[in-house]
Write a new protein. Sequence first.
Length: 289
Amino acid sequence: MDANWIPFHPAPKKPNFTLPKGTVDAHCHVFGPAAEFPFAPTRKYTPCDASKNQLFTLRDHLGVSRNVIVQATCHGTDNRALMDACRTAGDLARGIASVGPNVSDEDLTEMHQAGIRGVRFNFVKRLVDDTPQEVFTHIAERIAKLGWHIVVYFEAADLEALIPFLESLPTVLVIDHMGRPDVTKGLDHPDFQRFVSLMARNKNIWTKVTCPERLTVAGPPYNDVVPYAAHIIERFPDRVLWGTDWPHPNMKSHMPDDGALVDFIPRIAPTATLQQKLLVDNPMRLYWG
């Protein structure tokens, strides 16, 4: 792995918050193991191994019932590790793949049978090379026929330019990490309100209220992120998802304790009704409906 890579927490705490039965971790990854599933030659980083078995052990430790595993950029468009994890978990996992413009119908069918239910479009330039939007549009039209949806990852500064493209996509759209707001600017800042307005205008757009450890400036226990996630959950309770982001790729400041991330949930979804929607009803409807 890279010399500055921070491995995932070796012994996360048992959460104080008891997750509702059927909770879905709707954003997590698997890395390798590289000896079995080599990383892509074009990758921008080399992580530690983070296997399916380690993910499933964490799932059980936290009290999670199911996982939605998102293809890691270090694997490029080679989805074998992802598909292997989904097949092993059976009905307890779904996947989000990364595909290129030349993916075949046979490949898409095989992915669907393995449990893949969407593709990820990554616009974060430090993680992936730039891809023309027309390539993504063509992929979106093909996967829409399968009933899949699209997960989009971008930095907050890029949202304004992306809006016409995002609003043109023909499927459900799930935005990673609330569009990565700058939490020093406040809820009323035009940047965050632009994201809120995007969701308000487009009933097909969902978001993940994930990664306070990435968004924070203050650090644990992530008090500066609470107002943003709480606002989104209260405003759009039927279109929000939660996940750990295990094994937390490319963290530079610190490695979060996944048990503490579970304990963060009642601070942003304070009622049992909101918790049930965020953790169970919404992901089940989207991925297992």
